[in-house]
Design a protein around this ligand. Structure first.
Ligand SMILES: Cc1cc2nc3c(=O)[nH]c(=O)nc-3n(C[C@H](O)[C@H](O)[C@H](O)COP(=O)(O)OP(=O)(O)OC[C@H]3O[C@@H](n4cnc5c(N)ncnc54)[C@H](O)[C@@H]3O)c2cc1C
Length: 284
């Protein structure tokens, strides 16, 4: 199709100006790196509001709170000292696992990634597992959990700008684990898992289990999370959760791997992650 009706381009210096342009003009879209909007946008795009100079390309770490501005590129995250170690190392791991090129990573942005909300994004799976909060700038300024944003199709259709995300890490955070299976190291995963877990003593205090590359949207295994809550990990529990994962997920058609294979791999990834956590208990 292509951007056959595109006639207007703006690069505002302020978010207030960006949102005004979006609200006052039908067919105007915000743009981050343009790696999706330029090749895949259609005649509905009449104008582009480029957010690259709106002051939201920033990574800030204040004690247990990390802020990432929406115009931050994936490459910024890959090279920032803030993402070099626990608990933020998963950010680099998940971006690297997507098998994108450095060229694409150097322009594609956190805001674009979140707005697209693809179910094959390991990066989004990691952010969902750690319960990132999305900061919206639009009809009204409000914050919303990433998982709720991704599942709120009405909100996502409205004119809004994602201005950034916040990740807060509790003191009792034990693990943020990312596991994936790819045919070859640099290719996008066939399936991947992000798992976040906090412990209170030996008991699981909170846990989030998120798979990518299963369906069009990310898949969260809430039943398995409930099974783990308040329990102490042991081999029997790990086996039960792994079997539940393999039984529950319903992979969409994917020429790269059959549904049966993905179900088996989902069980394996959970088993691997929980076994790693179990063997590291007492060490954070
Ligand atoms: C060759 C190729 C391979 C790709 N592979 C993958 C992949 O493996 N996994 C994957 O997840 N994606 C993939 N993509 C899709 C896409 O390029 C990336 O997800 C990218 O990160 C999007 O970021 P961007 O900044 O370039 O988005 P843009 O193209 O700028 O925007 C994407 C969408 O988000 C909206 N948007 C952008 N910024 C904001 C904001 N701040 N607030 C609100 N809305 C906003 C735009 O209006 C547009 O609708 C691929 C694309 C290409 C071309």
């Amino acid at each position: 199709m292509g951007l056959t009706k595109l006639s207007d381009y703006y690069r505002p210096k302020k978010l207030t100006e960006a949102i005004r342009l979006l609200k006052e003009n039908d067919g105007y879209f915000p743009i981050g790196g343009g790696t999706w909007l330029i090749p895949y946008g259609g005649p509905e795009v009449r104008g582009i509001v480029d957010l690259s100079e709106a002051g939201i390309r920033e990574i800030r770490l204040e004690e247990t709170l990390m802020y990432i501005g929406a115009s931050t590129t994936l490459n910024d995250l890959l090279t920032a000292p803030e993402t070099s170690s626990h608990p933020y190392g998963f950010i680099r791991e998940t971006i690297n696992s997507e098998g994108s090129t450095r060229l694409i990573d150097s322009v594609s942005t956190v805001g674009g990634k979140i707005a697209l909300g693809r179910g094959d994004s390991s990066f989004l799976a990691g952010l969902t597992a750690i319960d990132a909060t999305i900061i919206l700038f639009g009809k009204m300024s409000e914050d919303i959990k990433l998982w709720d944003y991704l599942n709120n199709s009405e909100l996502r259709k409205e004119n809004h700008i994602i201005s950034g995300i916040e990740i807060s890490t509790p003191e009792n955070l034990h693990s943020v684990i990312f596991e994936s299976i790819s045919y070859i190291r640099s290719s996008p995963p066939l399936i991947s898992l992000a798992l976040y877990l906090t412990l209170s003593g030996n008991l699981i205090d909170s846990v989030r289990i998120v798979f990518s590359s299963i369906e069009e949207k990310l898949v969260r295994l809430e039943e398995a999370e409930t099974m783990l809550l308040g329990k102490e990990l042991d081999d029997e529990l790990i086996k039960k959760v792994s079997a539940l994962a393999a039984k529950t997920i319903e992979p969409s058609y994917d020429p790269k791997g059959s549904a049966e294979y993905k179900k088996a791999m989902a069980g394996l990834l959970i088993e691997r992650a929980l076994t790693e956590i179990n063997s590291n208990r007492g060490v954070s």
